[in-house]
Design a protein around this ligand. Structure first.
Ligand code: NAP
Length: 341
């Protein structure tokens, strides 16, 4: 079957950084589904793994951890899906990704594709939805009952990107929080407001000064999606006493940060890594499928909207490389997808 893979870690400016390859079509065993891929999205993790894959690999590393497609066949132990079901999922970073015609996926981390979304629009959503959902509702334990969150607020740093675009919606429309989003350009500010942000501040300015400007004394929760070390002091300034902070990216160049800054306010600091459940085969791994199904219902009922803003054509090495370049520019608004025909 056709796929796009990496044989050598190369910068995005090198036309051979991604290659069209032919690999064996897998077959489903155990609790795995064989999915006919219809559309894929691209995340910063793809570019990071492309650069870390190694050199002169005998077998190409297949990237891609956002997929929408149709179940072609199921392993003998599958109980959740059957052939013909339309699905969407992010997957497992320790296994081959979905940049191929067919893909094997553990059914426990798969969700029913939102019926009202096209395959392209559905493919834009799983990885970022899982990340934002787990970060807010599981790691920070934010209630999904808006009445329990009356008067509470969240700061989302890097809010116009893939994760932020769904995080704004989950925070506002599901949890009923007051949302302060960060954006540094007029078009990203507008996008954040359109998605439901109550306030938009600029992450290129000091956070404390920006909070003064909007007349807010702090927030109960912070979801930091970009620039962990860069925003570390600013986050300590604007978090309210007994607040919670969730991080999703390593500190830049593994720069150390001073955890003590958060002690006076008794702030709880937590990490979210959306591949944890699959990577460590945690006992609650199937919760990822459950949350994707819940989110699917929210897309269908109109509580949530998809965040696809761009289409990069059919999946092939040249188009995928353009998509990687866009991601690496750090200027994404929402999500981009490619179709698999
Ligand atoms: N731990 C996990 O499970 C997990 C899951 C998903 C993603 N991630 C990581 O989280 C990061 C964000 O992912 P994403 O998909 O949302 O990325 P993305 O879509 O590429 O984010 C783009 C956005 O980042 C904003 N931005 C750029 N520089 C910034 C800065 N210095 N401070 C604040 N915001 C800045 C930009 O806003 P402006 O244009 O307005 O400046 C842009 O809209 C990536 O590093 C990714 O690898 C981790």
């Amino acid at each position: 079957m056709k796929a796009v893979g990496v044989h050598n870690s190369l910068p995005v400016t090198d036309a051979s950084a991604l290659e069209n390859v032919e690999i064996a079509k897998p077959s489903a065993s155990g609790r795995f589904l064989l999915v006919r891929v219809h559309a894929v999205s691209v995340n910063p993790v793809d570019t990071k793994i492309r650069m870390a894959a190694g050199s002169r690999l005998e077998q190409p590393r297949i990237l891609g951890w956002d997929c929408a497609g149709v179940v072609e066949s199921v392993g003998p132990e599958c109980i959740l899906f059957k052939a013909g079901d339309e699905v969407y999922y992010a997957g497992d970073v320790t296994r081959a990704g979905c940049n191929s015609e067919y893909h094997l996926i553990d059914e426990r981390i798969v969700g029913r594709k939102p019926a009202k979304l096209s395959f392209d629009d559905a493919a834009a959503m799983p990885l970022t939805t899982i990340t934002a959902w787990e970060a807010m509702f599981e790691r920070m334990n934010i209630s999904r009952d808006p009445t329990a969150n009356k008067g509470k607020s969240i700061l989302i740093i890097g809010a116009a990107g893939g994760v932020g675009s769904i995080a704004i919606q989950l925070a506002k429309k599901v949890a009923g929080l007051s949302v302060v989003a960060t954006a540094s350009r007029p078009e990203t500010e507008k996008w954040c407001r359109d998605l439901g942000a109550d306030q938009v501040i600029n992450h290129r300015e000091a956070l404390a000064e920006e909070f003064k400007r909007i007349g807010q004394n702090g927030v109960n929760y912070i979801l930091c999606l970009v620039g962990t070390a860069q925003h570390w002091h600013g986050m300590a300034d604007v978090i309210l006493p007994q607040g919670k902070l969730c991080l999703i990216v390593d500190t830049e160049s593994n720069q150390p940060v001073n955890i003590n800054l958060f002690k006076p306010k008794s702030v709880a600091i937590t990490w979210e890594f959306m591949f944890t459940r699959a990577r460590f085969q945690t006992a609650d791994i199937a919760e990822q499928g459950v949350l994707l199904n819940e989110a699917s219902g929210m897309f269908d009922s109109g509580v949530l909207r998809h965040t696809r803003t761009q289409h990069y054509g059919d999946l092939n090495a040249a188009n995928l490389l353009k998509a990687h370049a866009k991601l690496e520019s750090g200027t994404m608004i929402g999500k981009l997808v490619l179709s698999v025909s």
